[in-house]
Design a protein around this ligand. Structure first.
Ligand code: 5AD
Ligand code: SF4
Length: 439
């Protein structure tokens, strides 16, 4: 009988893609994937350390597996992802029943580590960063994909060192995947019935920047736009400083590129942006937004915002609120600043109280909710293109899909529509989704 593994994933889309690769490797090694830790011979956690809360969650979760390990001493438990990269051996010391730790560049070594743990009861940690050639093998290649949409990683790592961010420390330097490989993978996915591709990377805008022979990200989009059968293209995530005019103009020229961009601004004041080492000013950002709206008037924007960065005062915070109103984001991911080890901001002086920060955070949420509501309500009575993804979780007789602006729409319809783009008239805009009628 095959051995069974249970895999749990935390964090961003990059981790979700890495988990697909982890699963594929373990399946190739003869394991069967199960959806409960209780049935598993191998438990794997793919972890996130972008904020303290996410990191603490990992230790909390591991604690839950302790009784299972006591019951079944042969159970193997492993941790991968960003917390694993950051902690390495320390994790083995902190969690005595943990068998193995594998960092972000060492997913390919997982089967070997598992085998060592099984055969020799040896505990192991691998967290070294690899060179370009080894890392190129880390781009997971999809050969079978049954969904309507698929994520394709085009670059990994980050060179920006925003002062609050742990990503460059746990994911290493930027590396782009060869464009020929990306294009070939997208073609294969489209042949298998995938309609929508989202290109992924920590900072896709700097794609190809380190290689004189590689095409730019805008050129990559152009090449993908030409693939017959592909219906929609998206990408995430973007750094404003690397948003070139060439890329902005793609929103006006490429018919498959969805009219939505996630463009984190993080903070509205120049003083804080500088302390964050973001490499742009408020006006630089606003000038790019202006151009985006000129080339693509119906573009919907979403963003990430950090509240409570060290030293952020009321005036700085007002500049953030002002940005939210001026740009008019359809949605925003808002975060309370969380100090991270090894980052420059963790050493900065901070004179604002936790209470002040929380109050500002609540004010930002309230404003963003008002802005989002008014944008989503402006869709009511409009007819929008929806790419149907599957059966609705809301009602049996409904299906759901997404608008180009990435908004979920539920409507009555048959599952035969899955994979097709249909016209839907929007009747209501709720917090998480629209509801409409197929026309
Ligand atoms: N504290 C709070 N939020 C953070 N982010 C990244 N690092 C931190 C941190 N230390 C947020 C940023 C980023 C998003 C993925 O997470 O807004 O864009
Ligand atoms: Fe972190 Fe900045 Fe890199 Fe984004 S661009 S991953 S926020 S360092």
């Amino acid at each position: 009988m095959s051995k069974k593994f249970f895999l749990e994933t935390f964090g961003c889309q990059m981790n979700i893609v890495d988990s697909e690769q982890i699963a594929a490797l373990m399946i190739a090694a003869g394991y069967l994937q199960v959806d409960s830790a209780k049935q598993a011979d191998l438990i794997l956690l793919n972890t996130c350390s972008v904020r303290d809360k996410a990191e603490r969650k990992v230790y909390g979760h591991l604690g839950r597996f302790k009784p299972l390990k006591e019951e079944r001493p042969n159970l193997i438990i492993g941790v991968g992802g960003c917390v694993a990269q950051q902690e390495g051996e320390k994790m083995l010391a902190k969690v005595p029943f943990l068998n193995l730790v594998f960092g972000t560049h060492n997913i390919h070594r997982l089967p070997e580590l598992v085998q060592q743990a099984e055969e020799k009861r040896k505990r192991g940690s691998v967290t070294e960063f690899h060179d370009r050639d080894t890392r190129l093998n880390l781009f997971p290649e999809r050969t079978v994909q049954e969904s309507v949409n698929s994520f394709v990683t085009v670059m990994q790592g980050c060179d920006n060192f925003c002062s609050y961010c742990i990503v460059p420390h746990v994911r290493g330097r930027e590396i782009s995947r060869p464009s020929d490989e990306v294009i070939a993978e997208v073609k294969t996915l489209v042949q298998q019935g995938v309609s929508e591709i989202t290109l992924l990377g920590q900072n896709v805008n700097s794609y190809g920047g380190k290689d004189d022979n590689e095409i730019s990200f805008a050129q990559l989009l152009q090449r993908l736009n030409d693939i017959n059968g592909l219906q929609r293209l998206r990408f995430a995530t973007s750094h404003p400083k690397d948003m070139t005019n060439e890329l902005i103009d793609c929103f006006g020229t490429l018919d498959k590129l969805c009219h939505h961009i996630h463009l984190p601004f993080q903070a509205g004041s120049d003083r804080i942006l500088k302390l964050m080492n973001r490499g742009y000013t408020r006006n630089d950002y606003l000038a790019k937004v202006k151009r985006l709206k000129e080339v693509c008037p119906d573009i919907r924007m979403t963003t990430d915002i950090i509240v409570g960065f060290p030293g952020e005062d009321e005036e700085d915070f007002q500049a953030t609120l002002d940005m939210v109103e001026q740009v008019g984001y359809a949605d925003a991911y808002t975060f309370l600043y969380s100090p991270r080890v090894e980052t420059a901001a963790a050493k900065m002086e901070d004179n604002q109280s936790a209470h002040q920060k929380q109050q500002r955070f609540d004010r930002l949420l309230e404003l963003q909710h008002k802005v989002s509501t008014s944008i989503w309500q402006s869709d009511i009575d409009e007819v929008v293109d929806v790419l149907v993804e599957g059966k609705s979780k809301r009602e049996e007789s409904q299906v759901f899909g997404r608008t180009p602006s990435n908004r979920i729409v539920n409507f009555a319809g048959s599952t035969d529509l899955i994979g097709k783009i249909v016209k839907v008239k929007i009747n209501a805009a709720y917090r998480n989704a629209h509801v409409g009628d197929l026309i």
